[in-house]
Design a protein. Structure first.
Length: 202
């Protein structure tokens, strides 16, 4: 049986959103950010290619799909210097500020928001990236929804943290729009009763 998680390591923003949704009595969906709304893998491909030229076969689409399926950075993840450089960009505001939105992301998100279907954004980005992430939403005309982020000190893997957050937010948050197949697999293994709407893997 799927039970709500009360792990305090989920972070203050996750607990606050749960409390607000309970008070409002609404049931909606969460939406991921990286490679769901933002061209995150494209940005990493561009940056890493500058310092560590990739093989000709490695496209941005390959990089995005491989990470969504495995959680590993294709090619560059096997080069220690490249992996370290990619890791250093995780909380780099300037790097994230330069990301473009995916085609149709703003319009699609606005439509869902207008239909009262979205509860929040749920991202594995840390609280250190809150200000830049909110500015990015405004810059590209994305809805100003509550933003659930992980604490910098959280020790769980990205997939484990997001799965635990979704279990905790259920039933007020009935599922998520995401590109990460690992989340769907993990939640299925845990008996999650919500829905995962996977995009971008075709």
């Amino acid at each position: 049986m799927n039970e709500a998680r009360t792990d305090p390591d989920l972070g203050n923003s996750v607990r606050r959103i749960k409390e607000e949704l309970q008070a409002e009595g609404v049931i909606r969906l969460a939406c991921d950010i990286d490679d769901t709304l933002a061209r995150t893998s494209d940005a990493y491909h561009n940056r890493l290619s500058t310092h560590f030229p990739p093989p000709q076969w490695l496209s941005k689409d390959d990089l995005r799909k491989h990470y969504a399926l495995t959680g590993r950075v294709l090619h560059w993840g096997d080069i220690p210097e490249a992996h370290a450089h990619a890791y250093s960009l995780i909380d780099d505001p300037h790097f994230h500020a330069q990301m473009d939105p995916l085609d149709g992301a703003a319009a699609g998100t606005q439509e869902l928001h207008q239909r009262n279907m979205l509860a929040c954004y749920l991202t594995v980005r840390s609280e250190a990236m809150r200000s830049e992430t909110e500015h990015w939403f405004s810059r590209y005309d994305l809805p100003a929804l509550p933003l659930a982020m992980r604490n910098e000190a959280h020790s769980a893997s990205n997939a484990d943290w997001k799965a635990a957050a979704l279990e905790y937010l259920f039933p007020e948050v009935q599922g998520i729009i995401d590109n990460d197949a690992r989340i769907a697999r993990l939640l299925e293994e845990r008996g999650y009763r919500g829905k995962v709407f996977l995009i971008g893997l075709n």
